[in-house]
Design a protein around this ligand. Structure first.
Ligand SMILES: Cc1ncc(COP(=O)(O)O)c(C=O)c1O
Length: 417
């Protein structure tokens, strides 16, 4: 077997751009991405500005500053800022949608078996409250043809289906789903589509208006490396008047502006909006990247594409090295159409079930022995290791992971029989 293609070397500035603890191989940006240093600095600056005169900030300045930040975010995700509400995270956004979407007894919400567990729980609970039903369709076992994914979802549609909830990039399996085709086909059927997109912004292009979805939820503390606790809820104008945040407060503008669907989201009681206001800094950080001047760089010269090129190359390296070790092929074709900055690499069937529902024992061992942070996912009775790669990660960290997994595999008891 030929040795897997090495990714370009990481630029030393990229590691300096984050505040990660020395000695840790942090390969789990997909769960909790650390913010870039410049973003943290921007958040702190906004907090100081607020603290210097909270009355002035909340009553006269905040709404305008939130508008400005939303406009920049809108430019990044392909819609007008006025269609976006800042919320703490995708979970918050999904709860708001679940409470506002007009579900009735007998209706069906359609999801699939790659959806995030907490999202399924939100909809199961909402359906239970109104006598509706959550239906979970199975997607194909291999991801090579987008039409097969769309067809699997369409095959589950019945006259009772009101809403499709679908990830842009799935959590347990790290698959980029063909959301543009899905939105098109569900629109033809008159079924609303809610995209659960926390893994998408920065990892793949997000063009909300072009997608034509009804709702889009995201956490910006993932791939955008914005402050932890920053996310957004997009609602198509036809839904905006129906949505309320799960937290009820005054519901009107603090600065006396004419009413908007965003008012209840702008004010959910007194809190610091600095994380939201620092989102444009996070966007600027990734869009301002310049390619390293090294012979092994054959990617784009500047901009966000520097990040996606590097991260995908490193993710692909992780994929190839893990396959070389285990012989187990991921469920997605080896193409940036199907995976971007994160890959789920299956482990051999001999890797045992998790001993606790909290985290697989290997996850603890990788941390205890090697200070590697990486999730072991237990999905459909099979274990996989989900490797994330951001700018601060290196090929050496992937090599460390592969050697650590090789060590754990050697410790497995010999198969009986
Ligand atoms: C697909 C998906 N949806 C929703 C969430 C929830 O995101 P958050 O915890 O930021 O609200 C996650 C978190 O990892 C996720 O992967």
């Amino acid at each position: 077997m030929t040795s897997p293609a090495a990714p370009p070397a990481s630029h030393p500035d990229w590691q300096q751009a984050f505040d990660l603890r020395a000695g840790v191989a942090y390969l789990n940006h997909g769960s909790f991405g650390p913010p870039a240093r410049v973003t943290t600095a921007a958040r702190e600056q906004w907090s100081r500005r607020l603290a210097s005169d909270p009355m002035d900030f909340f009553l006269r300045e905040m709404e305008e500053q939130l508008d400005r930040a939303r406009d920049e975010l809108g430019g990044f995700v392909g819609t007008a800022g006025r269609n976006l509400a800042f919320v703490d995270n995708a979970t918050f956004a999904m709860n708001g949608i679940a409470q506002g979407f007009p579900l009735q007894a007998g209706d069906v919400v359609l999801a699939n078996d790659h959806e995030y567990g907490a999202v399924l729980r939100i909809w199961r609970e909402r359906c239970r409250q109104v006598g509706a039903e959550l239906q979970v369709a199975s997607l194909p076992p291999r991801f090579e043809d987008p039409a097969e994914v769309v067809d699997a979802l369409l095959a589950a549609v019945t006259p009772r289906t009101r809403l499709l909830v679908v990830s842009h990039i799935t959590s347990p399996t790290a698959v980029i789903l063909p959301v543009a085709a899905i939105c098109r086909r569900f629109k033809e059927r008159g079924i609303a589509v809610c995209i659960d997109g926390p893994h998408a912004p920065a990892a793949v292009p997000v063009a909300i208006d072009r997608l034509g979805c009804d709702f889009y939820c995201a956490s910006l503390h993932k791939w955008l490396a914005a402050p932890l606790g920053s996310g957004f809820l997009y609602a198509h104008p036809r839904w905006q008047g129906k949505l309320q945040p799960p937290v009820v407060s005054w519901g009107n503008s603090l600065s006396g502006r004419s009413s908007s669907w965003l008012d209840p989201f702008n004010w959910m009681g007194t809190r610091d909006p600095a994380g939201f206001l620092a989102v444009p800094t996070a966007i600027g950080f990734l869009q301002g990247l310049v390619a390293p001047a090294q012979a092994d760089w054959c990617g784009p010269p500047s901009g966000l594409a520097v990040f996606t090129h590097y991260s995908h190359a490193l993710t692909r390296y992780a994929r190839l090295r893990m396959v070389e070790l285990t012989g187990c092929e991921p469920m997605v074709a080896d193409s940036s159409d199907w995976y971007s900055t994160m890959i789920a690499c299956p482990l051999p069937a001999s890797v045992p079930e998790p001993e606790s529902p909290h985290a697989h024992q290997w996850q603890h061992e990788l941390w205890r022995r090697h200070r590697i942070e990486v999730p072991i996912v237990n999905w459909h009775g099979r274990r996989s290791i989900r490797v994330s790669a951001h700018l601060y990660n290196t090929a050496a960290q992937v090599d460390l992971l592969v050697e650590a997994v090789a060590e754990l595999l050697k410790e497995l008891p010999p198969a009986s029989g």
